[in-house]
Design a protein around this ligand. Structure first.
Ligand code: H2B
Length: 93
């Protein structure tokens, strides 16, 4: 899959609340009640990511989850990253 241009990414991001374009990736941060809620969300995302064959780069610290989505094979952001971002929003947004 081909990497999208910065312009294409910023246009598509208008449909995504709470996401931005950072470090050549789609980026967001979620705050949860506590660690258990954060880890539960990560587990649910993990199963969907595995189904999609596309995986997040993420960091969990206690109740926060920071996510970066990019496509290593395309060396940038592709439609697949937007697909995963939508799945994540539908799960926990
Ligand atoms: C072979 C396998 O489909 C690839 O390695 C997939 C796995 N998950 C992936 N996840 C992400 N975020 N980017 C990729 O390029 C990628 N490639």
């Amino acid at each position: 899959m081909k990497a999208l241009t910065k312009q294409q990414i910023e246009e598509k991001l208008k449909d995504f609340e709470g996401w931005d374009y950072e470090m050549d990736a789609l980026h967001t941060v979620f705050d949860f009640e506590n660690f258990k809620e954060a880890f539960s969300a990560m587990t649910r995302i993990a199963f969907e990511a595995e189904k999609l064959g596309h995986h997040p780069e993420w960091t969990n610290v206690y109740n926060t989850l920071e996510i970066f989505l990019s496509s290593h094979d395309a060396d940038g952001v592709t439609e697949k990253d937007f697909e995963l971002a939508k799945i994540i929003d539908d799960l926990i947004g």
